[in-house]
Structure formats: structure tokens, C-alpha cells
Design a protein around this ligand. Structure first.
Ligand SMILES: Nc1ncnc2c1ncn2[C@@H]1O[C@H](COP(=O)(O)OP(=O)(O)O)[C@@H](O)[C@H]1O
Ligand SMILES: O=C(CO)[C@@H](O)[C@H](O)[C@H](O)[C@H](O)COP(=O)(O)O
Length: 481
């Protein structure tokens, strides 16, 4: 559990008259929270906090291919982040912006999704009749299963881990699982629904597009296509515009006053971009659990009606009907986390316990002392959506180049080269990109990755902090008057 409570101690949030907004990011590895205030000097982050969720859970139905998270542990990490903020700051919060890991799906029973209780820091809620979160990393939907599904009327292909694909999987393989539930959404839609006591979940276009079978032009589900194949349409949330308000809290939450407005939940990636992209000539490179490299599409751009599953670049709905061209890799910080976990398991087998945080520190320092290597690693241990069969490989292995520094350097180089193969530097230049903005804590905490970014993309690179999506979610709420 990593406590990263960063209290800048600035008083603006407690100053009467300032607008104070709470931003939350329910990421795949950690929950981030940030208090952001609007001042004459612009927006200031006065408090931030992150907590690893350690939420990995067994996947009873899908076995080894499943990738599920325990919602209790995600909400526990969220509560710990908020409990770490000064009460007098939380009492000044007037709006809450919430982002999170897209594509995934959690099911719950209306009016029984959570239980509220008075705690030392005001009312808090604990999950009630709620399923695990089946995440975007879930691999239960095989290529053959996906090809058995109807063709979507959407510009985005349907991939394993997408909400609609997971629901189809349960319909076919374990229909009884769905019976107790009458509501579904992403994890951040669930939190918004609980905070606002919504009868029906409300989902933003950003998250609806990430589920599949959603037409972002007409802002509607492919209901006819879904109905004809027996899909449980009642599970689909209502859809609203990103930046809209989902409702007001009917009670206080961690001291945040009753009546505070809660925004419709947003994509973590779009919020990371929103936190830093200020020019249309900006590119954003986000490396958190996964990794994305993106440039904004021209205003008024509309994506094609049908998907191109072989393309490495997809068009993600952003704000105000605009789109981002995104090289969305399934291989980002999770590749390094897998390597660290592998090393820790080997050490344990050899009888040594090692702290993962120490492994990260040692491997990064070792690679900083090894600025080049012939060792070559294609890091795609998780495949890619456009090439699911391409798994990881290692070549040019010389006996003299097997140190921790060589391997870590080659891993970081491989992660960035993989992104470059999806959206090459030349394409950024042709699109008029003038600088790259880095976001995501896997990047902000790893100078080797930063070096590899700067070598591969010879443009000015500016790095954010490690709570970018949470700050972005708060900024959306500050800007949406
Ligand atoms: N101590 C550490 N030092 C450097 N990188 C780390 C450390 N701990 C975790 N990471 C990296 O951070 C990534 C998770 O980043 P995070 O922003 O928490 O993800 P998400 O937003 O997807 O929840 C991990 O996949 C891992 O690569
Ligand atoms: O897979 C895609 C897009 O297709 C990614 O944007 C993915 O949705 C996001 O990385 C997830 O939301 C997870 O985000 P994070 O946990 O890596 O921050």
C-alpha cells in the first residue's frame, strides 16, 4: 500500500468564495484524488493523494483468462484517500469530478448497491449487492467468441474486456450470474450512481464508446442489433454528455456537504489529456497501467461508421463532440509491474522476500547507469487489440548484456518502441505536433522511460504529476459552469 499524500498546505480551498472541486481517478492499479481550486492565478492543486487498490480478485467463471477486481478494495482505497484530506478543505467542495479505468463492467442491484454509515469523517458508503469489476484487461472473450457476436454499428471494434462483450460472455456461458442484477456500469459510473442515489446509472459518451455497440455520432446504443441477439438491454445505462452533471449528493460524504454536484463519470485517459493538453499542436503520452499516445483530431471530425480492427489507432470521444486519435496500447506500466512481480516470485522461490518498491528503485537506477543495450525486447506480454496474437519476445541476447540494468533498459525501450510502431514520430510531425505532454505515474516515476521517450520522439517533452486524470476530472468540473 503506497501512501502518497501530498499536502501542499495551500489555504485557497478553505478561503470563502473560492470554488473548490474534488477530482477522483479510479485507476486499474491505484486510486488518485486531488483538490483543485480556481484562483486569480488559475487552477491550483491544493491536496493530492494516491492509494494502490491491491484489488486483484479471483475470477470464478473465467479462470486464468479472467481479470477481475474486488470493488470493496477499490472503495476502501477511495475512502482512505478522502480520509487523508483536511476536513475543512472537503467541507468547501462544491463539485466532484470522477474518472476511471474504462471498458470494464460492474453489476449491482438498484437501491441495494451500497450501504451508507456515519464514520468519523462524515457519511461514507460501502458496496452492497455488487459484483466484481470485470476489467478492461480481462481476456475471457476469445477471438472466436468475439467473431460470433453481431457486427457493431460503431467506429470502435469490440474487444475482450469491453463491457458489452463481457455481458455477452455471461449471457452465453453463465446466464444465471446476471439474474440478481438490474444495473451495470463502469466502476466510476457505479460510484457516481451511489453518490447521487441514481435510480438508473448514467454513463458518459466516453465510457459508453469504450463498452462497444455504441454509436457516438447518434450518441445511442446499437439497441436493434443488441435486441436481436438477446442482449439484456435493461442493463445498459442512460448516456449523457461528458462534462454534464449526473446529480447532487442527497447526503454529505466524508464531510463534503450535501447538495454537492457530481459530474457524469469520465474516461481516465480523456481526463489525463484534459489535465495537460492546451494547444491543438500538443500530443499526449500517458503511461499508467496501460499506455496511450494521442493527438487531437480537427474540430468537426467524425469517425467512420464501421470499425477497422486491424488499425493501431482508434478515435476516442473527447469533449464537446470532438475526438482524439489514440494509439491505445495494452502494454504500459503493467509490463514493468509484470517484470517486477516475476523477479519477486523468483526471489521468493530462492528463499528471499523482497519489497516491490525496492525492486522498482534498484532496476530503474541500474538502467540509468546502462544507457544503451543490444538486448531487444518486444514487451507485448498482453498482446495488442489490433494484434492479439503478438505476444512478447526477446532477441539479441548476449551473455554480457543480461544485467538488471540491461534488461530494464531494454524493457523501457521496448514499451516506447511499441507505442512508436502504433503511432510513429513521423506521423506526429506530419500532424503538426510541436511538443509532447507526458502523464501517468508509471512515466512520472521512471526516468528511464522518460529518456526513452525523449530519444524516440525528438520534440520538447513536458511531464505532469502522478494524479493527472484526477486533476483533469476536477478541471472539467471547474470549467463546466
Ligand atoms: N515504486 C514504483 N516506481 C516506479 N513505477 C512504479 C512503482 N510502483 C508502480 N509503478 C508503476 O506504476 C504503474 C501504475 O500506475 P498508476 O498510475 O497507479 O496506474 P493506473 O492509473 O492505471 O491505476 C504500474 O503499472 C507500475 O509500472
Ligand atoms: O484500453 C484503453 C483504451 O482502449 C485505455 O485507454 C484504457 O481504457 C485505459 O488505460 C484504462 O481505462 C485503464 O487506464 P489506466 O488504469 O491504465 O490508467
Amino acid at each position: 500500500m503506497m501512501a502518497d499524500n501530498q499536502a501542499m498546505g495551500l489555504s485557497p480551498c478553505a478561503t470563502p468564495g473560492t470554488v473548490c472541486v474534488l477530482g477522483i481517478d479510479l485507476g486499474t492499479t491505484s486510486v488518485k484524488a486531488a483538490l483543485v481550486v480556481e484562483t486569480a492565478q488559475g487552477q491550483i492543486v491544493t491536496q493530492s493523494c494516491s492509494r494502490e487498490t491491491q484489488a486483484q480478485a479471483d475470477s470464478p467463471a473465467a479462470g486464468a483468462q479472467g481479470m477481475e477486481q474486488d470493488v470493496q478494495k477499490i472503495i476502501k482505497a477511495l475512502n482512505e484517500c478522502l480520509a487523508a484530506f483536511p476536513q475543512e478543505h472537503l467541507q468547501r467542495v462544491s463539485r466532484i469530478g470522477i474518472s476511471g479505468q474504462m471498458h470494464g463492467v460492474v453489476f449491482w442491484k438498484t437501491n441495494q448497491g451500497c450501504k451508507w454509515a456515519e464514520s468519523g469523517t462524515g457519511h461514507t458508503f460501502q458496496p452492497g449487492e455488487v459484483s466484481h469489476l470485470i476489467t478492461w484487461q480481462d481476456g475471457r472473450c476469445s477471438s472466436s467468441f468475439l467473431s460470433s457476436l453481431p457486427q457493431p454499428q460503431s467506429h470502435l471494434s469490440v474487444a475482450t474486456g469491453f463491457g458489452c462483450a463481457t455481458i455477452y460472455w455471461y449471457l452465453k456461458n453463465s446466464p444465471g450470474f446476471l439474474k440478481p442484477f438490474d444495473a451495470a456500469g463502469t466502476i466510476h459510473d457505479y460510484v457516481v450512481a451511489m453518490l447521487c442515489d441514481l435510480e438508473r446509472p448514467l454513463m458518459s459518451v466516453q465510457n459508453a464508446a469504450s463498452w462497444g455497440y455504441f454509436n457516438s455520432r447518434s450518441k445511442s446504443w446499437n439497441t436493434e442489433i443488441l435486441r436481436e441477439s438477446g442482449f439484456p438491454l435493461d442493463l445498459l445505462p442512460e448516456v449523457g454528455d461528458p462534462g454534464g452533471i449526473a446529480g447532487r449528493m442527497p447526503h454529505d460524504w466524508h464531510g463534503i456537504p450535501k447538495g454537492a454536484e457530481v459530474g457524469i463519470a469520465l474516461g481516465d485517459f480523456q481526463c489525463s489529456v484534459y489535465s495537460c493538453m492546451t494547444e491543438r499542436t500538443d500530443a499526449v503520452l500517458n503511461i499508467s497501467t496501460s499506455a496511450q499516445l494521442t493527438v487531437p483530431m480537427p474540430l468537426g471530425f467524425q469517425p467512420p461508421e464501421t470499425p477497422d480492427s486491424l488499425s493501431a489507432v482508434a478515435y476516442f470521444p473527447y469533449f464537446d463532440g470532438n475526438y482524439l486519435a489514440v494509439a491505445a496500447s495494452l502494454n504500459g506500466g503493467n509490463v514493468l509491474a509484470t517484470f517486477v512481480d516475476m523477479l519477486a516470485c523468483w526471489m521468493a522461490e530462492l528463499g528471499y522476500d523482497v519489497l516491490e518498491s525496492r525492486v522498482y528503485t534498484q532496476m530503474i537506477n541500474a538502467a540509468l547507469a546502462q544507457n544503451a543495450t543490444r538486448l531487444s525486447i518486444c514487451p507485448t506480454v498482453f498482446g495488442e487489440r489490433h494484434m492479439p496474437e503478438q505476444l512478447a519476445s526477446v532477441t539479441s541476447i548476449a551473455a554480457s548484456e543480461l544485467s538488471l540494468g540491461h534488461v530494464t533498459r531494454a524493457l523501457c525501450h521496448g514499451i516506447i518502441q511499441n507505442l512508436h510502431s502504433m503511432l510513429p514520430f513521423q506521423h506526429l510531425k506530419e500532424a503538426g505536433v510541436k511538443r509532447i505532454l507526458g502523464s501517468g505515474s508509471a512515466l512520472s516515476r521512471n526516468d528511464v522511460l522518460k529518456q526513452e521517450v525523449e530519444k524516440t520522439f525528438p520534440l520538447p517533452v513536458i511531464y505532469g504529476k502522478d494524479v493527472d486524470a484526477a486533476v483533469g476530472a476536477a478541471m472539467v468540473m471547474l470549467h463546466r459552469r
